[in-house]
Design a protein around this ligand. Structure first.
Ligand code: DER
Length: 220
């Protein structure tokens, strides 16, 4: 927890008065939202958009003002976690099942700050099964297409039921083992009808902050 919290706090320090801030999802983004809540209580004026209902509820609890998408054209800074980060700052995200909203928010953000602990930094993506959001209709066929790309695909199950994202879709966790060409794989997966989005965030991170067990932090 210390490592994730330390990384998140360094990111929160970059938020300025009047900014529109994207709130990520997951246990590291949790600390960023907590830190933003503290700064708002100390007088910081910001408006936020959340990447999941969980993060939205947390922001409301902490008194962080939320703004509707209809009222914004772009987001200044989004702070979010990741499941894996490679040397080119390509990411695997979606461990928390929020990848679609996270990617929509990240794509409209001038700056995407990724906050992770050291366990997430890898030489090559793929040890973490790649989350892919798919519509329910014909998902059994979509799974076959994903398997044909060279992975072991599994419908994410929670409490013995298929996990449903905030958007009412399924998540297929695709175990590739290693992903030597993240951009190419992202394109191939997104070419399958029924796929909504992949957890590969290619060339989207503006900054990566790594927290270590001893509480130290490093900007890559
Ligand atoms: O689901 C997500 O995309 C989360 O950001 C995930 O990738 C990181 O979750 P963690 O901060 O709880 O490890």
């Amino acid at each position: 927890m210390e490592a994730k919290k330390a990384a998140a706090e360094l990111a929160v320090a970059e938020i300025r008065e009047g900014m529109i801030v994207g709130l990520g999802t997951g246990s590291t983004a949790y600390w960023a939202i907590q830190g933003l809540g503290a700064r708002v209580r100390n007088g910081l004026n910001i408006q936020a958009v959340a990447t999941s209902e969980a993060s939205e509820n947390l922001a409301k609890e902490l008194g962080i003002p939320l703004i509707a998408f209809a009222n914004i054209s772009e987001i200044d800074v989004t702070i979010d976690g990741a499941d894996e980060v490679d040397a080119a700052w390509n990411l695997i995200k979606g461990g928390g099942g929020a990848l679609l909203r996270e990617k929509i928010v990240a794509f409209s953000s001038r700056k995407l700050i990724i906050v992770v602990d050291e366990s997430k930094v890898v030489a090559q993506l793929g040890a973490f099964p790649l989350p892919v959001e798919v519509v329910k209709f014909g998902y059994e066929l979509t799974i076959r297409r994903l398997r044909a790309l060279g992975c072991k695909p599994e419908v994410r199950v929670v409490d013995r039921q298929p996990f449903l994202t905030d958007n009412g879709n399924y998540i297929i966790d695709c175990n590739f083992g290693s992903i030597p060409n993240p951009a190419g794989l992202h394109q191939a997966i997104n070419g399958i009808p029924g796929v909504v989005e992949t957890g590969l965030f290619i060339g989207m991170a503006s900054q990566v902050i790594v927290g270590y067990k001893d509480g130290s932090v490093e900007r890559l």
